[in-house]
Ligand binder design. Structure first.
Ligand SMILES: [Zn+2]
Length: 97
């Protein structure tokens, strides 16, 4: 394990009003090791998640959402991921991108 902080990003998968709205995707990754994990996370409907892909054209956005490794790569280059996890919450997955 390197000394890079683990970075996380959460995003909604379902539109407002959907019974699944609070079930979101959560990504966590290390830029140094280029490993990541994905999970389903619960985010209360009152909480607004930043949309890191908002500035992108629809086709680029769709491409990233279809391919998780491309999405992680994009978010990592953006450097816009938040919040950062503490070091103690190490990644358990060893998927690479
Ligand atoms: Zn690392």
């Amino acid at each position: 394990m390197c000394l890079e902080p683990v970075r996380t990003h959460r995003y909604r998968l379902h539109p407002p009003g959907s019974p699944m709205f609070e079930r979101c995707a959560g990504l966590a990754w290390c830029s140094g090791c280029r490993i990541y994990e994905d999970d389903v996370v619960h985010v209360p409907c009152g909480e607004t998640l930043p949309d890191a892909l908002a500035p992108l054209p629809a086709d680029a956005r769709e491409r990233l959402l279809r391919k998780e490794t491309a999405l992680v790569d994009h978010l990592d280059r953006l450097g816009a991921a938040s919040p950062r996890r503490r070091r103690s919450q190490a990644l358990t997955a060893s998927r690479t991108w």
